[in-house]
Design a protein around this ligand. Structure first.
Ligand code: HEM
Length: 146
């Protein structure tokens, strides 16, 4: 049997996750493409940053404060009130990966941990898409003859 892998949280602790949540929303706050979807306050002490910090902490194996406060994450359902197109997802993911890179440098994260977190952001953000882009800007939805 494989020995149990420590969780991301066990490897890196709370600070890098908190730093990442703040960096993510700092990036989003400056992005006109998606800024309007989010709350006015995206500062380090905002509810939005707290939600993200507590969710990521819990998801990556730390204390379950998110669910104690808000119940089961049901993330896709919680995102249904927003229009998340592939373009919005790409914008969001760009900020998540930039925040991760900044966190990696600041907290000297090991490459395996960074890769695990990157995979999660890529997959979970794609899962959040709930509306396709306008066809005019997406050649793949044009008549394909099939
Ligand atoms: C890895 C992917 C993602 C994760 C883990 C994630 C996580 C979260 C969490 C935990 C919340 C708080 C939900 C609550 O407790 O009510 C949230 C809110 C939100 N998410 Fe996401 N999200 C992801 C992807 C996206 C994407 C792709 C978009 C679209 C651009 C998006 C847009 C939003 C918006 C607009 C809010 C409301 C934030 C606010 O309070 O102002 N999310 N997200």
């Amino acid at each position: 049997m494989q020995p149990e892998q420590p969780t991301v949280f066990q490897r890196i602790g709370p600070e890098p996750i908190s730093f990442l949540a703040m960096a993510l929303y700092r990036g989003i706050a400056g992005d006109a493409r998606i800024r309007g979807m989010f709350s006015d306050d995206l500062s380090p002490t905002s509810e939005a940053v707290r939600d993200m910090r507590e969710f990521l902490t819990q998801f990556f194996g730390g204390p379950g404060d998110y669910s104690v406060r808000k119940g089961h994450p049901r993330l896709r359902a919680r995102h249904m009130r927003f229009t998340i197109t592939p373009a919005a997802r790409d914008a969001w993911l760009g900020h998540a990966l930039a925040a991760l890179a900044e966190t990696e440098r600041r907290h000297q994260l090991d490459p395996a941990t960074v890769a695990e977190m990157r995979r999660y952001f890529e997959h979970a953000s794609a899962f959040m898409i709930n509306q396709v882009d306008d066809q005019s800007s997406d050649a793949s939805t044009a008549e394909s003859g099939r």
